[in-house]
Design a protein around this ligand. Structure first.
Ligand SMILES: [Zn+2]
Length: 502
């Protein structure tokens, strides 16, 4: 089997064949850092993360670029509303995005170019488009792309050519398909741009880049003229990606992207997520709720990336329970390593081979993550049965653990050992005072929980029941349960029901 993926450009599932294997160039549109990214954005980022991790699992070497849009209509409006310069407004949201990325176990991209640090590349691209006669300066001082000069315009989004209003202009970053017309490359500076520090000198006039231009300039700078894969959410097909194609191909004369991948929307309680409906969920809401990130990852992996996904608290609970079972098996396999018999048992080895086979078949088939997740859950059931039966050999135990960890690492759906595991009770009562308190902003929740559980164990050791109870309460508030076992050890695990007081 080879990897097959659905190409939005051809509306067909195609064999994946990069230009220069094993190298793969991947460009994904990143967040606009005007506010916190919501879990709808992160659904796309997780789908792209699974794609990238699976490419790497399959032996490809991926160069991944994700841009940060730190200048566009929305960032400038938000900065002006807050009364601060653009850079001061966006900086904390860039930091927040990286914290959310780490919490959600998104593999860091190779490069995170910011639009404001690549203005010269954008100016050069506009100059090239002016030279080639596909761009012109409007009477408002802005530079526009003439869509009638690019016959392939509309191929990705399937805009009807007869609906195009060539010569008519649109200067906002976002607009509907019915408004397909000459779009803005470079916007002449307005007083509000100057106020936010969002204006730059250029040979064709002082101004700032349009949103679409940013991705064309930065992808070419980092990855070359033709990319293997460009991915994003379905809402970016028009106008953003359509305009990226026009700018890039009109400038270089080369195909811009070989494979376009788009992830579907995420709904919250069956409604499209928005602040207006009050169902706007951010990743930090979940982190502050004490959620292990694997719950959300398992939930997102349970629906194919090309289908709409409905986010509900119940679905999150179910996904958390599944992730917890995966963690339970990983720990059981790890504990059994030292106890295996010298002889080969056989059953576990067969299960491990079947897992990898089925896992690959699922993801090779247009990244069928729900089927891959089901393969992992089936392995949990069957491997637990095999372990119950006893007599597993040492070699097959390590093979089973390796196969499980290799496949689960692609989806990142197994809670960290710190969150599901045993804390050894200290041998001597420790005297040092440990500050008991909620996790610091950005602190790894699993690591924090382990620290609190250790502090509780030490408090019990010195018979400080008040401190021990305080630690237990804190853990419960953040979704962890501690239990003392008969052999003197302490078990720490995430609880699957919400225990945080309202
Ligand atoms: Zn983009």
């Amino acid at each position: 089997m080879t990897l097959r993926l659905f190409n939005t450009l051809t509306r067909q599932v195609e064999d994946f064949a990069p230009l220069a294997p094993p190298a793969v160039t991947l460009y994904t549109c990143g967040p606009t850092v005007w506010n916190y990214a919501h879990i709808g954005n992160f659904r796309t980022f997780v789908f792209e993360d699974v794609l990238r991790r699976y490419l790497e699992y399959s032996g490809y070497r991926v160069t991944h670029v994700m841009n940060l849009t730190d200048v566009d209509d929305r960032t400038i409006a938000a900065a002006n509303q807050a009364g601060v310069p653009l850079a001061a407004h966006t900086a904390p949201f860039v930091e927040a995005f990286f914290a959310d990325r780490d919490y959600l176990r998104l593999e860091p991209a190779t490069h995170y170019p910011r639009a404001t640090t690549h203005i010269p590349h954008m100016v050069a691209l506009v100059e090239r488009l002016l030279e080639r006669g596909v761009a012109y300066k409007g009477d408002d001082g802005s530079v526009y792309f003439a869509i009638e000069k690019f016959p392939a315009y509309g191929r990705l989004s399937r805009v009807e050519r007869r609906d195009l209003k060539a010569g008519a202009r649109v200067s906002s970053d976002e607009y509907a398909k019915e408004d397909a017309r000459d779009f803005v490359l470079w916007k002449a500076a307005k007083p509000e741009d100057e106020r936010a520090g969002a204006a730059w000198d250029a040979p064709f006039g002082r101004g700032r880049p349009g949103w679409h231009l940013e991705c064309s300039a930065m992808s070419q700078h980092y990855l070359g003229r033709t990319l293997d894969i460009h991915a994003g959410g379905v809402d970016l097909i028009f106008p953003h990606h359509e305009d990226e194609i026009a700018q890039s191909e009109a400038a270089t004369g080369q195909p811009f992207v070989r494979l376009w991948l788009h992830g579907e929307f995420l709904l919250v309680d069956d409604t499209k997520m928005s602040k207006r409906y009050g169902n706007f969920v951010t990743v930090r809401d979940l982190r502050d709720d004490g959620r292990d990130p694997t719950a959300l990852r398992a939930l997102l992996c349970s629906t194919h990336y090309r289908k709409q996904l409905n986010f509900t608290r119940d679905a999150l609970e179910a996904a958390a329970a599944g992730a917890s079972r995966l963690g339970g098996l990983r720990d059981r396999l790890a504990r059994a390593q030292g106890q295996g018999a010298a002889a080969e048992g056989g059953a576990l080895a067969q299960l491990a081979d079947a897992l990898e086979r089925e896992f690959r078949a699922a993801l090779d088939d247009d990244l069928d993550a729900p089927r891959a997740l089901a393969a992992l859950m089936n392995f949990v059931r069957d491997a637990n049965r095999a372990l119950d039966a006893g007599g597993a050999g040492r070699d097959e135990l390590s093979r089973a653990l390796a196969a499980f960890e290799r496949t689960a690492a692609v989806l990142q759906v197994v809670p960290s050992a710190a969150a599901v595991g045993r804390i050894e009770a200290p041998t001597a009562p420790a005297r040092e005072a440990v500050r008991l308190g909620p996790p610091e902003p950005g602190e790894d929740l699993g690591a924090w929980a382990r620290r609190m559980a250790e502090a509780r164990a030490r408090a019990r050791g010195r018979r400080d029941w008040q401190a021990a109870d305080a630690a237990r309460r804190l853990l419960a508030e953040h979704g962890f349960e501690v239990r003392d076992t008969k052999d003197g050890a302490v078990e720490l695990r995430p609880v699957t029901t919400k225990t945080r007081p309202a």
